[in-house]
Structures are given as C-alpha cells and as structure tokens.
Write a protein that binds this ligand. Structure first.
Ligand code: SF4
Ligand code: SF4
Length: 303
C-alpha cells in the first residue's frame, strides 16, 4: 500500500482525501493550510505497485521497498521539498532534450523497469538528473581538503610569528578532486542505476549508437552558499562523470534484489535493510518514510 496521508505540523496524521477536503488546522495557520494545495497534491502523487519492480525499488533496501508496497504510511509534506525540486528540474530539462536525442523513456527487461533521463546521440552520453546537497556533491567528486605550506615570493616557506606553533610553516587549505574511495562509495547506487539504464537503452538504440559516457547533471541544492564553498565546490550545477559497471554484474545484483523483494512480498517479511542502504543508519533515524512501521517490526522481532 502506498502513502495514504500526511503528517501535519503538529505531528497528527490525516489522509490525503481529508486534507484536500479541508485542512484540520485551518484556523491555526495563516493561509488556512501548511502548504499550497498544488504542492500537497504533488506530494500525494506516486507510482502504484503493478507487480513489476522499478530499478529504484531494487536499489533501496528490500525492507523499505517491501514496507512501502504493503503498509499504509504517512509522509511529512515538508520533507518532500527536495523531491519536488528534483521533479521540477526534470520537467524543465525534459523540454530541452528534443531533436536528435532521447528523453525520459521507461524501458523494461526481465528484472525491472526504469526511466532514464536523457541520452545525447551526438556524444553518445547517458545522463541522469539529480538534485543533491553539497555533502553528496563533495563525495561524488571526491573532493578533499589538504593543507599546503604557504610560500613567499622567493618560494621560501612562511613561518608563523606568534602563538604556540611559532616558527612552524604557515599552511592554507586547498581542495583537490582525488578521493577515489569516497567517489566510488558515493556513486555506487548511481553507477548501478545508470549501468542498468545503459543496458536497457542498448537494446533499443539504432545501429551505430552506443553509450560511450555516463554522467549525472547535478543541481546542487545549496550551491553558491557558504556551506558549499567550504566543501570546495565551485559550481552550482556540476556534471559528475560516472563509471559503468559490467552488465553481467548488474543483472546478478539487481536480479538477486528482485528475488528478495518478491520473496518478501510472498512471505510478508523482510529483514532490516543493509547498513549501506540505510546510509550507515542516518536514513533510519531521519529520512526513511516507513521508519515507524519498521521500528515496530524490529521491536516484535526482538521479543
Ligand atoms: S494542509 Fe497541512 S496541516 Fe492542513 S491537513 Fe493538510 S497536511 Fe495537515
Ligand atoms: S528504517 Fe532503516 S531498516 Fe527500516 S526500512 Fe527504513 S531504511 Fe530500512
């Protein structure tokens, strides 16, 4: 069962229909609602489960996907802001992807279905659009800060003149794009997703066309702000290249996750998501929409 309603600002729950009919807090809110009605309607829109997993459902933890398909849950409209921003960015960019190119087509194979964002026939590049925060951008670009010695015009190190480190070389922070481990880890899901779209796309591309490059066109949610600059990010919309993963591995990985999801639906149970799928636990604490149901289940599991 998909999301059925909202969590209001006072933490009470309400169904979508009741909310759209009349706001339960209308007398307490300045405009009679906590958000504009189109925003709320957009939050309520979702894909129905048709029996065919999507690539995104398989990329998530199986417990999360299983709960989202089978249990009624409520969403906090305020937490949907970036998802709405992401959809709007997709909608805008889609209008400019015409001509020789392919956009937003849903493709299927025996494992799952997925819709790629944009294929550029000229450069044979497959793109995905994402709105990420600067932390994710920093990790995806492998940006790390290093301290380098400051030098004077003759190239000699400048020494500190006071303080407890007096006499030691002065340093300054510079940023370098070189942290391969951070890049691989941050881009794992994206690399699986794009490689899967690549393989699906290759089955429909006309002769002479292939996928030579893959990249994410990011729109940074906090681009241009101090927090982003402090992470060494200069661009507001960086293009992040993504390395492909072999089709054999992708089929094995997503095929296994498909089996796990279908088995969870059949048995009406899935063990908790893997640690990396929970962003090392951060998702469970703050970002998972079915965390309440999951926690109740965990409690039962420990009885
Ligand atoms: S408009 Fe906001 S506060 Fe009012 S019922 Fe809907 S979700 Fe709750
Ligand atoms: S709360 Fe954590 S373990 Fe549970 S479904 Fe959500 S992401 Fe998975």
């Amino acid at each position: 069962m998909p999301a059925i309603g909202f969590i209001c600002p006072d933490n009470q729950k309400i169904t979508f229909e009741q909310c759209f009919g009349e706001c339960r807090l209308k007398d307490a809110l300045p405009c009679g609602r906590c958000k504009a009605l189109p925003y709320l309607r957009k939050c309520a829109r979702q894909r129905e489960w048709t029996g065919e997993p999507s690539t995104t459902q398989l990329l998530r933890g199986i417990r999360e996907s299983w709960l989202k398909i089978t249990r009624p849950y409520h969403v906090n409209p305020d937490e949907q802001a970036f998802s709405i921003l992401g959809t709007s960015a997709h909608g805008v960019l889609e209008h400019f992807g015409k001509g020789d190119h392919l956009t937003e087509e849903r493709l299927r194979d025996e494992i799952c279905s997925g819709a790629f964002d944009f294929y550029d026939g000229e450069t044979q590049t497959l793109y995905d659009y994402k709105t990420w925060g600067s932390y994710k951008v920093q990790q995806a670009l492998g940006i790390r800060s290093i301290e380098v010695p400051e030098t004077d015009e003759t190239g000699q190190p400048i020494l500190k003149k006071s303080g407890k480190n007096k006499g030691e070389p002065k340093t300054r922070k510079v940023y370098a794009n070189g942290d391969i481990v951070a890049r691989i880890s941050a881009l794992f899901e994206t690399a699986v997703q794009l490689s899967d779209y690549r393989d699906k796309l290759l089955t429909i591309l006309p002769e002479g066309y292939t996928v030579k490059n893959m990249a994410v066109q990011v729109i940074s949610r906090d681009g241009g702000l101090m927090v982003s600059a402090m992470r060494g990010i200069e661009e507001k919309a960086p293009l992040v290249p993504v390395n492909g993963i072999s089709g054999h591995w992708i089929r094995k990985y997503l095929g296994r996750k498909r089996e796990l999801l279908l088995s969870a639906l059949d048995k009406d149970y899935a063990p908790k998501c893997r640690r990396r799928e929970t962003w090392e636990g951060r998702k469970c604490v703050k970002y998972c929409e079915v965390s309440e149901i999951c926690t109740a289940l965990k409690e039962k599991e420990t009885l």
